[in-house]
Design a binder for this molecule. Structure first.
Ligand code: FES
Length: 146
């Protein structure tokens, strides 16, 4: 297996934006570009409730999650205070204007996570699977209650 896999050109990633890299297994990887043309790669899953970081707002060397605005450092994946947590990070190699990721990391990092499930799909989950993706949602009140 090659040590590095070419993913895209740096110019293929919008300035202060991101691209998602699909993997054979596991959730996508979010590849970010800041306004200094630095590139970072994190698992596309916020440590709070699984929000898609690739859809967040990139500023400086951070990304703000689109769901509840937690701020995550792009370089190390650490959540900024007052919140706490960490996102799994992937090494990035830039060579001749191209972004490379490690095939070994793509095949091994963050495979334990699944995308959060909400809405009608959530009702169809078996109990065990539901427990792994459960959130603090409370049931909707039924007609006549309350
Ligand atoms: S899911 Fe990212 S801040 Fe809540």
């Amino acid at each position: 297996m090659s040590e590095w896999k070419m993913i895209c050109r740096v110019d293929d990633i919008p300035v202060l934006g991101s691209r998602r890299v699909q993997r054979a297994q596991g959730m996508d990887v979010a590849v970010f570009r800041n306004d200094q043309d630095e590139v970072f790669a994190l698992l596309d899953r916020c440590p709070h409730k699984g929000g898609p970081l690739s859809q967040g707002i990139v500023f400086g060397n951070s990304v703000a999650c689109p769901l509840h605005n937690w701020t995550i450092a792009l370089a190390d994946g650490k959540v900024r205070e007052p919140d706490a947590g960490c996102v799994q990070r992937f090494q990035v190699k830039l060579d001749k204007g191209c972004v490379h990721l490690s095939p070994a990391e793509l095949a091994s990092i963050g495979l334990e996570w699944t995308a959060p499930v909400a809405g009608p799909q959530k009702r169809d989950l078996p109990a065990a699977e539901d427990a792994m993706t459960a959130t603090a949602l409370s049931p909707l009140p039924q007609a006549g209650e309350g």
